[in-house]
Design a protein. Structure first.
Length: 103
């Protein structure tokens, strides 16, 4: 499944209404295809690239986001469709520590 802006942007807006944090959706190449911050569209998100390589959640600190292009502090998690990895969802949030993934 290819994640497009037309598919992802309404999902971003619905999630943001619930969580009150900026949300990004990145495609299988780590490119931001939908975001609550339109200035971030079409940027490569290095946190998403790390996730796509490792297949493990990526938590980005303020320090991490300073050195990784296209990122801000938060967490990156998988978007799966019919058992396949379709992309990454990023939640922009600054936390002092993460004891577990946000639900």
């Amino acid at each position: 499944m290819k994640i497009t802006r037309e598919l992802a942007q309404p999902i971003v807006m619905q999630i943001m209404a619930l969580l009150n944090y900026n949300i990004n959706i990145m495609d299988e190449n780590g490119v931001i295809v939908a975001s609550g911050d339109s200035t971030r569209l079409n940027q490569t998100h290095e946190g998403a690239l790390k996730f796509l390589k490792s297949k493990k959640e990526v938590i980005l600190s303020v320090k991490d986001s300073a050195r990784l292009s296209g990122t801000r502090p938060g967490i990156n998690l998988p978007i799966e469709f019919q058992g396949d990895l379709a992309g990454v969802v990023g939640i922009t949030v600054i936390r002092k520590s993460w004891s577990s993934s946000p639900e």
